[in-house]
Design a binder for this molecule. Sequence first.
Ligand code: NAP
Ligand code: ZN
Length: 347
Amino acid sequence: MSTAKGYAALAPKAPLQAFSFERREPNDDDVVIDIQFCGVCHSDIHQVRDEWFPGIYPQVPGHEVVGVVTKVGAKVSKFKEGDRVGVGCFVDSCVHCQTRDENAEQYLPGLTQTYNDRDASGQPTYGGYSDHIVVKEGYVLSVPDNLPLDGAAPLLCAGITLWSPLKHWNAGPGKKVAIIGLGGLGHMGVKLAHALGAEVTVLSQSMAKKDDALRLGADHYYPTNDPKTFEALAGTFDLIINTVSAPIDWNAYLSLVKVDGTMVLVGVPDNPVPVSAFALIAGRKSLAGSMIGSIKETQEMLDFCGEHNIVSDIEVIDIKDINAAYERVIKSDVRYRFVIDMATLKG
Ligand code: NAP
Ligand code: ZN
């Protein structure tokens, strides 16, 4: 066992505070990672505050983890000491059946989340708001050498969560793609969809983020607080990706989808959202969902980002400022992802 330093919520809705805990000794197939940066995902806030399902406490959040390998088990072949690596939202695929569908392992019922879950031995998993982590090599990703580690951290969740549906629903040249919500996920969606060659529109609450959206690669920008937006864009998009967790009228956004087009949900509202049958049948439209992505897809996305020099737009913070950062995320006041500098844990 090794003692890890981190930040945890000791109870549901409690603010995060310094917390020490034990990590397992590395097994033969494990990699030990010195964590350098960890992104702050809105899902961390939902889970720390117990908004989705009863959480496990103390809870150390963090699933946008990047760092450097410090030790590998005897049977590890993909990584060596000094490698730049990442860990995303899960650290084992199925604790029940031990099977692995490498194209869709994120949908296995026994998926082990990086935090707020229990591993095969029943021990709680603790995430990346900490100084080191021990992970099976099959769940560790390589970060391309040309990408800065701090900007690459959000690729491990925000990046893959948008990459997977963009690829699955064939975003590319000739396709009109809209992204609802220019936050952590949304801004990665703009960068990735643009790099894939799609025509990209941002649908944001107000005009406030227009310049940023165009700089990030959007071709068009519309404020959703203006009813004229919904008239102007009726029946326009092949694909809409909705990253918003606040309650919004999905029927209004479905009216912007083309015949045979799709709206994909990646944002996770707390409560069910009513959808009218007419919003779908009048246009043979699909309403779909998508959750993160497989390890294989995540590595493909990281390699694509390496080739296209894509990282997240970030604001690096001290771990001591994490509770204030959460409040800013909730107010949509982040441009566009907070990333914690783990060196500040030592201060
Ligand atoms: P975020 O940075 O807070 O971004 C959410 C964006 O939603 C905001 O920037 C804002 O964009 C928009 N928004 C906020 N309040 C709104 C409101 N009242 N009405 C309309 N739009 C509003 O969050 P995130 O980290 O990107 O995560 C977004 C959601 O995806 C969360 O629910 C998170 O848990 C979920 N998530 C899902 C997956 C998955 O696998 N499916 C993975 C990661 C995260 P504008 O200011 O541009 O309007
Ligand atoms: Zn996330």
